[in-house]
Design a protein around this ligand. Structure first.
Ligand code: GH3
Ligand code: MG
Ligand code: MG
Ligand code: MG
Length: 313
């Protein structure tokens, strides 16, 4: 039996695939004890470019949940051993605060089944037999919504740039590029100078506005593929993809010069704001993000010691 064999290896297969799994590839998990339905759906949904995990044993679905990390769940309501509602209950506990769109499926298209599906937190009920193209469009919508919601969690509310949580993900992608193609990249840690004084003199709202303008400025001046992250408070991390350190150093100095010319208003006054920065070239795969952050942070410390408004390697 194809499906049973597949289940045995499902964890290894996923762990293996995860290495090559494109970060943008959506994972769809289907749980249905009808193996011919499983195989059919798996084949069809894979054609959409989704990574499909098809599982006939509901308990297996629960135990492999954290390995699979699905972006969308499709659960059959009536299965031999555990019904789909039980499975959904187990899976909901695993999901915790995460949003995972869930589609319940059943041949019994009855109001009580539909109601129960929604009451238990499913996002959609699909009656069997279904129209494949319609199901695909529905799944697609759910995946888009999931992406949108996940993205919101990675964006800093005040400045609208990525937050620290996203940095790890971006670092991994650039590091993969480094080990594959030997493309080094640069990481800069930037910190606004005497920012506390801006807050103390003009108030927090003015300070907030400076942070927003700074983030916007950096975003507007970054190339495609570069990244601006609010690391915390008035500290930002910039990633320059495929760039050597001398180049990054020159780019940052130009940005520092340009930013320092901007005038901000606080009450009746106008003022300027500068920043200091430390950069490292990430030219060696296998070291954790924290290693490079520490180096960039030490360089930043030197820049501060050196009187601020400057960049150090
Ligand atoms: P240095 O040049 O050494 O970096 O001095 P600094 O004053 O910038 O550094 P310090 O770490 O003493 O102060 C940082 C300040 O940033 C303190 C904190 O209140 C402020 N801050 C952090 N997050 C926010 C924010 O979201 N909005 C505003 N307005 N201020 C913030
Ligand atoms: Mg069934
Ligand atoms: Mg600081
Ligand atoms: Mg500061």
């Amino acid at each position: 039996n194809l499906v049973v064999d597949e289940e045995k290896d499902i964890v290894e297969q996923i762990l293996e695939d995860n290495i090559t799994l494109n970060n943008d590839e959506s994972v769809v998990m289907i749980i249905d004890d009808d193996t011919s339905m499983l195989m059919y759906l798996k084949e069809e949904l894979q054609k959409q470019g989704w990574y499909v995990v098809a599982i006939a044993d509901p308990l297996k679905a629960v135990s492999t949940y954290y390995d699979v990390h699905p972006d969308c769940l499709i659960i059959d309501v009536f299965m031999k051993e555990h019904n789909g509602f039980e499975v959904l209950t187990f899976l909901k506990q695993k999901m915790k605060q995460q949003f995972v769109p869930t589609i319940m499926m059943s041949v019994k298209n009855q109001k009580d089944i539909r109601l129960k599906s929604y009451e238990m937190g499913a996002d959609e009920f699909v009656a069997k037999p279904f129209e494949l193209d319609e199901l695909i469009v529905k799944i697609n919508r759910h995946l888009e919504r999931k992406k949108h919601i996940d993205n919101l969690l990675l964006i800093d509310e005040l400045t609208r740039v990525y937050n620290r949580k996203y940095l790890q993900k971006a670092f991994q992608q650039l590091e993969a590029d480094l080990s594959r193609n030997n493309h080094p990249f640069c990481m800069a840690m930037l910190d606004l100078d005497y920012f506390k004084k801006i807050n103390d003199t003009y108030g927090h709202l003015v300070g907030d506005n400076v942070l927003k303008q700074f983030a916007t400025f950096m975003n507007d001046h970054s190339r495609n593929g570069d990244l601006v992250v609010r690391f915390g408070g008035e500290e930002f991390v910039l990633l320059f993809s495929q760039m050597k350190i001398n180049n990054a150093y020159n780019v940052l100095n130009r940005l520092l010069h340009k930013f320092s010319l901007l005038e901000f208003t606080g009450g009746e006054d106008s003022f300027i704001c500068t920043f200091s920065g430390g950069i490292v070239e990430v030219n060696q795969a296998g070291k954790p993000l924290s290693h490079w952050l520490d180096l960039a942070d030490s360089a930043l410390y030197e820049a501060k010691e050196h009187g601020r408004k400057n960049i150090k390697l």
